[in-house]
Design a protein around this ligand. Structure first.
Ligand SMILES: *[C@@H]1O[C@H](CO)[C@@H](O)[C@H](O)[C@H]1NC(C)=O
Length: 128
């Protein structure tokens, strides 16, 4: 017999320059120099700093972190900060496309294959 105490923290991060996260106040969207900080590298760095700060404040330095969400951000985060996140779960994240690891057409090939299968299934059902 064993006892398990599980505690999960779930945080949603508002990216800089969106909503109320205006790093330069009302000037945040005024100049290209300031908007230069609106990029994926900065967004990932923000997440890394935030996660470290949260873990420290919650006395949870040893707790594993899994990032999740939509698109490529979470998988980029996992690739760039593997020492911070043990995993990433992302929908619609074509991350391997960036390193020329797979052919550029792989996404469209997969989608086309899905439609071929579905079309065949649909045709079969409609002809019954
Ligand atoms: C952690 O605590 C410090 C000191 O109170 C605070 O400045 C910082 O904003 C906190 N970090 C987070 C992510 O809440």
């Amino acid at each position: 017999m064993f006892a398990c105490f599980c505690l999960l923290f779930l945080f949603f991060i508002e990216r800089r320059f969106y909503g109320e996260s205006t790093p330069f106040g009302k000037k945040s969207h005024k100049t290209t120099e300031i908007l230069g900080y609106l990029n994926s590298q900065q967004a990932l760095a923000d997440c890394a700093i935030l996660i470290r700060s949260l873990k420290q404040n919650l006395s949870s330095e040893a707790s594993p972190v899994v990032v999740f969400g939509g698109s490529y951000g979470e998988t980029w985060f996992r690739l760039k900060y593997p020492h911070i996140a043990i995993g990433a779960l992302a929908s619609s994240a074509p991350i391997l496309q960036f390193d020329n690891i797979v052919p550029l057409t792989s996404f469209y090939d997969a989608i086309s294959q899905d439609f071929k299968v579905l079309y065949a299934l649909f045709a079969k059902v409609m002809l019954q």
